[in-house]
Design a protein around this ligand. Structure first.
Ligand code: PMP
Ligand code: GLN
Length: 383
């Protein structure tokens, strides 16, 4: 987390967004949409603020939101969740991940198994919690784990298997046999499972299947999601966790000393969002699919080899065809050279394995169609 010279290291997203602002480049780096939340949700936030929802909400979250989360789990996944004991509202998925890992990790002998490349906060929080990170690689172009590699990563030392499905940065959605193996290994080695499902509604080909729906997995699983992606409200930082009451209590014990609570007027507004009709959720899927397709075609035209993401905000492209051997250097030059910002996949890897991802670049597709069009035209013109 700290550089050799003692300076705090900025996240790759902050660094690249600053570069976009400085150079005026189109920001296909940090994953945030360039449109507002749905009007019903915005109106609900305004009205909550105007009617006094401006002081600390309860630590577990306002009842209205916890009930909406429980009914969302029932509506989409058939999961019965008790809003009073099995739901915890958090300051985004980021806090949910941190509080869950800090609650479950006991000491330096604990290992946390994650899939690599991984969202940057995973390794940071595992380090803060004093545990050891063990990674299972996801390889171009399908980004599904090899089951033998997965089996050898999970051992008696494994405290938590941390899953992100749909996956950032690769856009992959785990196959059913991968999900089944994760659950089987967790049972066999008696580990906890934490699933980061922030892209649960941004999936293109099939309905999302939470790991908590697998037979017997629920009692060992904390399921994390966030309003940021589903409602285009990444700045509101409203996330949540569903899980067994005793685990939620343990996470709450940590969470109360991180933020205690947050987002008073946003919590009831997100409750309105979660109760929107199915057509809203189908609509965001449809709209992102169109953006993914346009981005993929544009990148291919510009000379990249493009993977086929099944979910998430992101598309990974291989820049080898453009003569690139160092994706990080390429991304640092890209704003000046092409007026576009993107993120090298090596930002999501351990140093031990970064060489396997050196030519891969992550582009965010969660932008207006005209923005994607201009960005890919700039790339095509620059190379
Ligand atoms: N997990 C993943 C996989 C993400 O992509 C993100 C944000 N982009 C987060 C967690 C953090 O979510 P939040 O903004 O709700 O804290
Ligand atoms: N999750 C977003 C991404 O992957 C970034 C969030 C952040 O800036 N920390 O782009």
């Amino acid at each position: 987390l700290i550089d050799a010279d003692g300076a705090a290291r900025e996240t790759i997203f902050a660094e690249m967004s600053a570069l976009a602002a400085e150079t005026g480049a189109i920001n296909l780096g940090q994953g945030f949409p360039d449109e507002d939340p749905p009007s019903e949700v915005l109106a609900a936030a305004h009205s909550a603020m105007a009617s006094g929802a401006n002081q600390y909400p309860p630590g577990r979250g306002v009842p209205q939101l916890r009930e909406a989360i429980a009914s969302h789990q029932q509506r989409f996944y058939g999961l019965k969740v008790d809003p009073d004991t099995e739901v915890l509202v958090t300051a985004g998925a980021t806090e949910a991940l941190a509080a869950s890992l800090l609650a479950l990790i006991e000491g330096e002998d604990d290992e946390v198994v994650v899939f690599e490349p991984y969202y940057d906060s995973y390794a940071a929080v595992v380090a803060l919690a004093g545990a050891r990170l063990v990674t299972v690689p996801l390889r171009w172009p399908t980004f599904q784990p090899d089951l033998d590699e997965l089996r050898s990563a999970v051992t008696a030392k494994t405290r938590v298997i941390l899953v992100n499905d749909p996956h950032n940065p690769t856009g992959s959605v785990f196959d059913a046999d991968v999900r089944a193996e994760i659950v089987r290994l967790a049972e066999r080695h008696d580990t906890w499972i934490i699933t980061d499902e922030v892209y649960e509604h941004l999936i293109f080909d099939a309905a999302h299947v939470p790991l908590a729906t697998a037979h017997d997995a629920r009692k060992r699983t904390l399921s994390i999601s966030s309003a940021g992606k589903t409602f285009s409200a990444t700045g509101w930082k409203i996330g949540w966790i569903c899980g067994p009451a005793a685990l939620i209590d343990a996470v709450m014990a940590v969470k109360q000393y991180l933020t205690y609570s947050n987002g008073a007027p946003f919590q009831p507004a997100i409750a309105v969002g979660l109760n929107l009709p199915d057509s809203y959720f189908a609509g965001i899927q449809q709209s992102l699919r169109q953006k993914r397709d346009l981005l993929g075609a544009g990148l291919a035209e510009a000379g990249f080899e493009v993977s086929a993401p099944a979910g998430s905000y992101f598309t990974v492209a291989d820049a080898t065809g453009l003569g690139v051997i160092d994706g990080a250097a390429f991304c640092r030059e890209l704003p000046e050279r092409a007026g576009v910002v993107a993120i090298p996949l090596t930002a999501f890897t351990t140093s031990a394995r970064s060489h396997e991802y050196r030519t891969l670049i992550r582009f965010a597709a969660c932008k207006r169609l005209d923005v994607i069009e201009t960005a890919t035209q700039r790339l095509a013109a620059a190379f």
